[in-house]
Design a protein around this ligand. Structure first.
Ligand code: SF4
Length: 349
């Protein structure tokens, strides 16, 4: 007979292994989720979704905020180490501990639901692959925080500076209490102001997404994901000095684009990672050299150039000033100098 691990033992193990937070949602809280985003579509016997994660360190953005160093953020704080190793090594050990106590544990990597593709179901009547959870909604359901106006997940200790992953299990565990809507996000619109791509609608635009969990309504802005992707992943000359180096004559104002998210990914990835013939002017052969190397040094399949200027950096700067984040810093505000932004038009030299 296996000794059943307790909820508190799981929580303590998570913290001992280096995770910063962990929360528990019962499967009933996902009642409104579409089938292709529902945990039970991955694991029909799932009774509990355990969501866990780690902070993004504030200093990870320092180089981008100052406009002087871009690779650190991708390597440590985005896809490189944090999303691919720092969270997933302890997560896997937790999954092992749950299975040692006799329950199945499905480790879940938070892939993007928008990358599901149009695959047909493998079995008649079943849900088509690939099913992906909305990890931020899972975090909300697990009581870890709320989704801010910017669509970014906010926690009490770190504000928006977090990344998460999950374990689905057939072990029944008492859920954690939900955070009340509006506990952290005060709808200050600093994220809207700080987003160079104008991807986050203003409150007065009335473009929102709403969901309901256990009778509580959560609402956030219906973010233009095409513009967000263009800016974050290196299609925005106002946020990428590398475009200015490699693309004489480029003239594209991301705030005026209406690409879909998928189109924006195709655009950014192809230009950032593609190659062209080596010339005297561009000897590396990389189309946008700085993006290609950021991706390569990131080591894990993605890269971030814009570094969440509005939705994360402006947001935590605001929440820290308002003393709404528990972690505090001796050196004052994060945003210490006038912020940089480059012209959309790249000069031909
Ligand atoms: S900056 Fe943060 S707190 Fe302010 S509206 Fe945006 S998400 Fe909410």
């Amino acid at each position: 007979m296996n000794k059943r691990i307790t909820k508190e033992e799981i929580r303590q193990l998570a913290l001992d292994k280096g995770l910063d937070f962990i929360g528990f949602a019962n499967i009933e809280r996902f009642a409104g989720a579409p089938p292709r985003m529902h945990p039970s579509s991955i694991f029909p016997e799932c009774k509990t979704v355990i969501v866990m994660g780690k902070r993004v360190i504030r200093g990870g953005w320092r180089g981008i905020e100052e406009g002087t160093h871009f690779p650190n953020y991708t390597y440590f704080d985005y896809h490189g180490q944090l999303n691919s190793f720092f969270i997933h090594l302890p997560l896997y050990e937790l999954a092992c501990a749950i299975e040692d106590s006799g329950y199945e544990a499905v480790p879940y990597y938070p892939g993007p639901p928008e990358g599901q593709g149009n695959n047909p179901p493998i079995r008649e009547g079943a849900v088509a692959p690939n099913v992906h959870l909305a990890i931020r909604i899972a975090g909300l359901a697990a009581g870890l925080g709320e989704i801010g106006w910017s669509k970014v997940f906010l926690t009490k200790k770190f504000g928006p500076r977090v990344r998460m992953a999950a374990i689905l299990t057939d072990m029944e565990i008492e859920p954690d209490p939900l955070m009340k809507p509006g506990t952290l996000c005060d709808k200050c619109m600093e994220c809207v102001k700080g987003c160079s791509a104008h991807a986050i609608p203003h409150l007065k635009d009335h473009k929102t997404i709403k969901i309901n969990i256990e009778g509580q309504e959560y609402e956030w802005a219906d973010v233009h994901m095409g513009r967000c992707t263009l800016s974050y992943h290196g299609g925005d000359p106002s946020m990428s000095p590398f475009i200015h180096k490699c693309f004489p004559g480029w003239n594209m104002d991301v705030t005026q684009q209406d690409m879909t998210e998928e189109a924006a990914y195709k655009f950014c990835w192809t230009l950032s990672l593609g190659e062209w013939r080596k010339t005297h002017e561009f000897p590396s052969g990389k189309i946008i050299e700085g993006h290609a190397y950021t991706y390569k040094w990131g080591e894990a399949g993605s890269f971030g150039i814009e570094g969440s200027r509005g939705c994360m950096r402006s947001c935590f700067n605001h929440l820290e000033k308002r003393k709404k984040i528990e972690q505090t810093f001796e050196g004052g505000e994060f945003i210490k100098r006038e912020r940089w932004i480059l012209p959309c038009k790249v000069e031909r030299k």
